[in-house]
Design a protein around this ligand. Structure first.
Ligand code: AMP
Ligand code: MG
Length: 681
């Protein structure tokens, strides 16, 4: 295995950022080899290949740079989608000597063919290069920014970035010509993975040790240690494991060995048929037990996608976000003023000023000598020699000097690098629903793209012969569909995607069709009505027919049985028809379950204790939720507990939760109030 380098000769002494290679031959690990430049490396590789071929052995030769570019680049450069044609092209155009090479100039020349602001970026040289931007301002890239494999490999860099710590753009350009010469020199004996069929004695494969390996043990050179580790790891794979890793389809872009071809969670496993099964023989299940069941049985069912930072507000993180850069990145000044080396003793201070200034984005390049001060503006990186800043308002300036009163502690008015977030720290945890502030945080720590969950789509269906649409004419015995508008709005407010699949009469075939339709359009289905065990309770009947229905008789008021089941693999929450019960069951059961399935995790609603403004006697045996609101620091409850009173739902601003046991609540006693807002609605 070889750890490549795009830079120039780094001298005879083994050091990092040069080329390192390591061999395991017939199970025997050799010392990592220091190859000071590419000329030396190429000769070494050629000798190695010859030795192994002569000995009749086979050689699995890995290099830590991309073998291909993002789709479309090969064709744009060579007229063919063949990545090996691109290898030939680079061999013809790269000039390489131990002390100098033309990689930045070549990147600039390529860019000029595409308008001069991309695909390559970041000039690592002091001199300007036509066509190669130093920064990503005005950057335009006619090709994808990343290869498919790089969207899956956390921590990888793009091949377009030519300089900067960890960048690989230079390595690719300086590596491909060498490999190209070798593969031609040993034509017929070398296969380049994954572009060419395997079976030859020598395989070239792409590896990326630093994706999985961290810091070396004390005293070891990082590159030497990493290359040794990766060589050992690969040598220990069985033939079968290695074959499995090498089975990828990567067309022209190539692939990093060991990166799983499937996106993590691209198709989360479906819920199990018995996921809603409660223990047998229990008559009424307590609310907490029912919730624990949901929490244990359900898991995220949405897939993951990678989106640009500007597109992820309100989305749920599919993985922890790790800070790529510290905030602040360097020590800087928190105020406008004058910077110098602290601390400063008591008494009047007079300091000569150094010429120049430091401002945000415009660093002062020189050194500020001890006892002298420099003009600094808020956000400016602290120049060499400055660790303390005095506020402009506390200073008089005259004749190139400043005067002010001490004492001043070292570090005053400055911000330490990483004092907010250090690179490598977890900036945000998986499951987080991203807020505007989170976007600021991620931007500051260098995140441009994020893996987020696709939004959970929740279908809503109302059932009942008696229902008519608001706005239609309601005949005798008919009522307006109140649940559907309420449920759709609840879903939207919680942050999921509501899918309106309408109203169905109490007709089994019609309902079956509607459930099919809902299952095709949504990740979860909420129905209301028809969830009991009566003749007209078709939701229960159909779910039972589908073989995956559970009646949840929960010790809860208000609430009738819930019918939980799967329809074509899609979880169905059969809510009671009564709007008060439908809303309470949605908030108490569906809300946390949906959160879990969306990838957000299980969230218990935050409530708080307030004195009651009412009196109530409650029998033991079930949990009760009263429609309530807080006025003058006390919880009031709606004057009627009647479950048909929709006006009480609307009057209320939350629910008072009364525990399962018996209780006699007197005015002034503490009760647990959960505002609607705590459910996210
Ligand atoms: P069910 O669960 O179907 O027996 O319905 C229980 C009660 O809720 C009945 O009085 C229904 O008329 C009423 N109901 C059912 N669905 C709705 C709805 N979408 N809007 C308003 N009331 C409903
Ligand atoms: Mg009904």
């Amino acid at each position: 295995m070889v750890d490549w380098s795009g830079g120039n000769d780094t001298g005879p002494t083994p050091r990092k950022d040069a080329i390192w290679a390591c061999i395991v031959r017939e199970g025997c690990l050799l010392e990592p080899e220091y190859l000071r430049n590419r000329l030396v490396a190429e000769q070494w590789l050629e000798a190695l290949i010859r030795t192994e071929l002569d000995a009749g052995r086979r050689l699995f030769l890995g290099f830590d740079f991309p073998f291909g570019y993002p789709a479309g680049f090969a064709r744009a450069m060579t007229g063919a989608d063949d990545p090996l044609a691109l290898w030939d092209w680079f061999e013809r155009h790269i000039e390489d000597t131990p002390k100098a090479n033309n990689r930045f100039d070549l990147a600039g020349q390529i860019n000029l063919n595409f308008g001069g602001n991309g695909p390559f970026w970041m000039n690592g040289l002091r001199r300007d290069i036509d066509g190669l931007p130093r920064r990503k301002t005005d950057y335009t890239n006619p090709f994808p920014d990343r290869r498919v494999v790089e969207t899956l490999a956390k921590g990888s860099f793009t091949c377009w970035q030519m300089a900067g710590a960890g960048a690989v753009g230079g390595q690719v350009m300086m590596g491909l010509p060498v490999l190209n010469r070798l593969r031609h020199r040993f034509a017929g004996q070398v296969a380049v993975w994954p572009f060419q069929p395997q079976g030859t004695p020598v395989a070239f494969v792409e590896i990326w040790p630093s994706l999985t390996l961290g810091a070396p043990p004390a005293g070891r050179i990082k590159d030497a240690w990493q290359v040794e580790q990766v060589t050992l790891t690969l040598s220990r794979l069985s033939e079968q494991e290695l074959k499995a890793q090498m089975k990828v389809s990567a067309a022209e872009e190539g692939w990093i060995l060991g990166v799983a071809q499937d996106k993590p969670n691209i198709a989360p496993p479906p819920l199990r048929n018995d996921c809603f099964a409660l223990p047998a023989g229990v008559e009424w299940t307590p609310v907490d037990e029912a919730l624990t069941f949901l929490r244990d049985r359900l898991h995220p069912i949405t897939s993951v996608e990678t989106l640009a930072l500007t597109k992820v507000s309100g989305r749920i993180l599919a993985e922890d976000v790790i800070a790529q850069r510290s905030n602040p990145p360097q020590p800087n000044t928190a105020v406008d003023g004058f910077g110098f080396a602290g601390p400063v003793p008591v008494g009047t201070q007079v300091m000569p000023l150094v010429d120049g200034r430091a401002a945000a984005g415009i660093p002062f390049e020189g050194h500020v000598p001890e006892g002298r001060a420099l003009r600094v503006l808020t956000g400016a990186a602290l120049p060499d020699g400055v660790d303390t800043v005095i506020l402009e308002e506390d200073v008089t300036v005259k004749d190139g000097h400043i005067a002010f009163h001490g004492p001043l502690k070292k570090g005053t008015n400055t911000r330490r690098a990483g004092e907010d977030v250090a690179a490598g720290d977890m900036a945000l945890p998986v499951g987080r629903r991203l807020t505007p502030a989170d976007l600021a945080l991620m931007s500051a720590v260098g995140i441009a793209e994020v893996n987020v969950r696709k939004p959970l789509r929740v279908a809503v269906v109302s059932t009942g012969d008696e229902l008519v649409e608001p706005g239609d004419i309601a005949g005798p015995g008919q009522i307006f569909d109140a649940n559907r508008p309420m449920l759709l709005s609840l879903i939207e407010r919680i942050g999921f995607v509501p899918v309106d699949v309408g109203r169905v009469s109490d007709d089994r075939d019609a309902l079956r069709d509607r459930l099919d339709q809902a299952a095709g359009q949504a990740d979860v289905i909420l129905t209301s009505g028809g969830a009991s065990a009566g003749d007209e309770d078709h939701v229960s009947a159909l779910l039972r027919e589908a073989g995956a229905m559970q009646h949840w008789r929960i010790a809860l008021k208000p609430g009738r049985p819930l019918a939980l089941g799967l329809w074509s693999g899609v979880p169905v929450f059969g809510l009671p028809g009564n709007p008060v019960a439908a809303m309470v069951c949605t908030l108490i059961f569906a809300r946390p379950a949906l959160g879990l399935m969306s990838g957000e995790g299980w969230v218990d609603p935050q409530g708080f204790e307030v004195p009651a403004a009412f009196e109530k006697r409650k029998k033991p045996g079930r949990r009760e939720y009263l429609r309530a609101r807080v006025r003058n620091g006390r919880a009031e409850v709606f004057h009627s507990e009647g479950s048909g009173r929709i006006s009480g739902l609307s009057w209320a601003e939350g629910l008072v939760e009364i525990e399962d046991g018996a209780r006699h609540i007197k005015p002034g006693d503490p009760v647990h109030f959960i505002p609607y807002g705590s459910f996210g609605v």
